[in-house]
Design a binder for this molecule. Structure first.
Ligand SMILES: NC(=O)c1ccc[n+]([C@@H]2O[C@H](COP(=O)([O-])OP(=O)(O)OC[C@H]3O[C@@H](n4cnc5c(N)ncnc54)[C@H](O)[C@@H]3O)[C@@H](O)[C@H]2O)c1
Length: 427
C-alpha cells in the first residue's frame, strides 16, 4: 500500500476497515488526472468526535459507552450518514463508513458530504428505556456538530425509526425548535418519508436488475442467496421474490437456512419477528454451518449484513454470477481481486446501497418545504436516480476497463475533489 501519512490514533499494523478504504483510494488515484493533487483530502476525515455516553441502567448502576460521530468530507454539502449501535463499533470502522458515505453521496449526486456515527454497545442487552436514555445522551453529546444544514444522521445497523424519533426530539429540546430535518429515516407521523424504510433494499433490487440485464441473467427464476435479513436484506428479498426470483439461502446472526425451491419470504419474516432470527425456520429444507454459506451456488449473492464478510479466505468458494453489495464494505480488496478474476460482476456498496441515502435526501427536502410527496413519486424518482447512476458507472467501467467499484470511485472522487478545488482552501 502507498505510504499514507497515518493519524497517530490508528494502529498502523491493524487498520481495520479504514485500511480497506485506503486501498480503494489507491486504486482510483491514477484515474484522477490533475485532481489527484487533492487526493490526500480523502485519506483523512475532516472531523472526529469521540464521546462518553453514560446512562443509568434499570438496576441503578451507571454504565458508560463509547460513542462517535465522524465527518469525513463536506466539500459537496452537509455531512450525511447513519448511526450504528453494535458491540464491535470502532473508530476505524466509523471512519471507513463515513468515507464510503462521501463516495456514495457523490456517486448518486445528492448534495451531501459523508459522515457516520456509532455507539459501541449491544442494544439487545438494553431495555427500551435504557436504549432511549442512551440515544438521547448520545444525541446531546454530538449536538455540537449535527444539524439540518451541518450533518444529518440516519438509521444503520440496529437503529430504526424509533431511535431517529428520539434523536430528533432530543435535538429539538436542546435547540428549542422542531427541526425535523436533523435526522432522516424518521417515522412517517413525524416528518418521515414514504418509501424510506424500503429504499435501500429497493435500490439493491434496481441496480441488481440493471446488472442482471448486462450479464444476461433473467430475474424470473434467478437463484438468490442473501446474508443479512434486516432492513436491507429483508426488503431486497421481498422485491426479488415478488419479481419471480427464488431466495434459496438466507444467513443472519443466528444461522443459515436453505431451500433450493425458494424460501417462503413472508413466512421467514414472520419467523424472524417472532424468534429474533432465521435459525429454526420450519420452511427450510436444510441448514448450513456459517462458512459453507459462501459455497452455495447461486445466480446472485447479496451480502447485506456487515463489512469484511467476503475475504481472501472464502472468496475462492463463491459460485455466483453477480454480487450485490447491500452492506457497506462487505468485500476486502484481496477478495475483490479474486472475484474479479473469476469474472463475477460486483455492484459495489457505494452504488448498490445508495437507495437509502437517496430517499433520505428526499425526506430532508420534504422536511424543509413541509410538503410531502406520494410514494409513487418517491419510488419513481429513486428508480430513475439508481438506474442513471448505474449506467454512468457502467460507461466509465467500460471506457477505462476497470471494475464497477473503481468506476464508481472515479466518478465520485472526481466530483468531490472538483468541488474541493473550486472552493479552494480556507483561509
Ligand atoms: N438501513 C439502511 O438504510 C442502509 C443503507 C445503506 C447501507 N446499509 C448497510 O447494510 C447493512 C445492513 O444494515 P441494515 O440496516 O439492514 O441492518 P439491520 O440491523 O436491519 O440488519 C442486519 C442484519 O445482519 C445480520 N447479521 C448481523 N451480524 C451477522 C453476522 N455475523 N453474520 C450474518 N448475519 C449477520 C442480522 O442478523 C440482521 O439480519 C450494513 O452494512 C449497513 O451499513 C444500510
Amino acid at each position: 500500500m502507498t505510504n499514507h501519512a497515518l493519524p497517530s490514533y490508528l494502529n498502523a499494523d491493524d487498520l481495520g476497515p479504514w485500511g480497506q478504504y485506503l486501498k480503494q483510494i489507491d486504486r482510483v488515484t491514477p484515474h484522477l488526472g490533475g485532481l489527484s493533487r487533492w487526493v490526500e483530502t480523502l485519506k483523512r476525515p475532516k472531523r472526529i468526535l469521540v464521546v462518553d455516553v453514560p446512562i443509568e441502567r434499570d438496576d441503578g448502576t451507571i454504565a458508560h459507552y463509547e460513542g462517535y460521530r465522524v465527518q469525513h468530507n463536506m466539500s459537496r454539502g452537509p455531512g450525511k450518514g447513519g448511526v450504528r449501535f453494535h458491540q464491535d463499533v470502532t473508530l476505524s470502522e466509523v471512519m471507513a463508513l463515513s468515507a464510503w458515505m462521501t463516495v456514495k453521496n457523490a456517486a448518486v449526486n445528492v448534495p451531501y458530504g459523508g459522515a457516520k456515527g456509532g455507539i459501541r454497545v449491544d442494544p439487545k442487552t438494553l431495555s427500551k428505556g435504557e436504549l432511549q436514555r442512551l440515544t438521547r445522551r448520545y444525541t446531546s453529546e454530538i449536538s455540537l456538530i449535527i444539524g439540518p444544514t451541518k450533518d444529518i444522521p440516519a438509521p444503520d445497523v440496529n437503529t430504526n425509526e424509533q431511535v431517529m424519533a428520539w434523536m430528533m426530539d432530543s435535538y429539538a429540546m436542546i435547540e428549542g425548535n422542531l427541526s425535523t430535518g436533523v435526522v432522516t429515516g424518521k417515522p412517517i407521523s413525524m416528518g418521515g418519508s414514504l418509501g424510506r424504510r424500503e429504499a435501500t433494499g429497493r435500490g439493491v433490487f434496481v441496480t441488481g436488475r440493471e446488472a442482471a440485464a448486462k450479464r444476461g441473467v433473467a430475474i424470473q427464476g434467478a437463484r438468490i442467496a442473501i446474508q443479512g435479513f434486516g432492513n436491507v436484506g429483508g426488503i431486497a428479498a421481498n422485491m426479488f421474490a415478488d419479481a419471480g426470483a427464488k431466495i434459496i439461502a438466507v444467513q443472519d446472526h443466528t444461522g443459515t437456512v436453505v431451500h433450493q425451491g425458494g424460501l417462503n419470504v413472508a413466512e421467514l419474516h414472520k419467523h424472524v419477528a417472532e424468534t429474533g432470527g432465521v435459525a429454526g425456520f420450519a420452511g427450510a429444507e436444510a441448514t448450513q454451518d456459517r462458512d459453507s454459506f459462501w459455497g452455495i451456488e447461486s445466480d446472485i449473492l447479496v451480502p447485506a449484513a456487515l463489512e469484511q464478510q467476503i475475504t481472501a479466505k472464502n472468496a475462492g468458494q463463491i459460485r455466483t454470477k453477480i454480487i450485490l453489495e447491500g452492506a457497506n464494505g462487505p468485500t476486502t480488496p484481496e477478495a475483490d481481486d479474486i472475484l474479479n478474476e473469476k469474472d463475477i460482476l460486483i455492484v459495489p456498496d457505494v452504488l448498490c446501497n445508495a437507495g437509502g441515502v437517496t430517499v433520505s435526501y428526499f425526506e430532508w427536502v420534504q422536511d424543509f418545504s413541509s410538503f410531502f410527496w406520494s410514494e409513487e413519486e418517491i419510488n419513481a424518482r429513486l428508480t430513475r436516480i439508481m438506474q442513471d447512476a448505474f449506467n454512468s458507472v457502467w460507461e466509465v467501467s467500460q471506457e477505462k476497463k476497470v471494475s464497477l467499484r473503481t468506476a464508481t470511485f472515479i466518478l465520485a472522487c472526481t466530483r468531490v475533489l472538483a468541488a474541493r478545488e473550486v472552493r479552494g482552501l480556507y483561509p
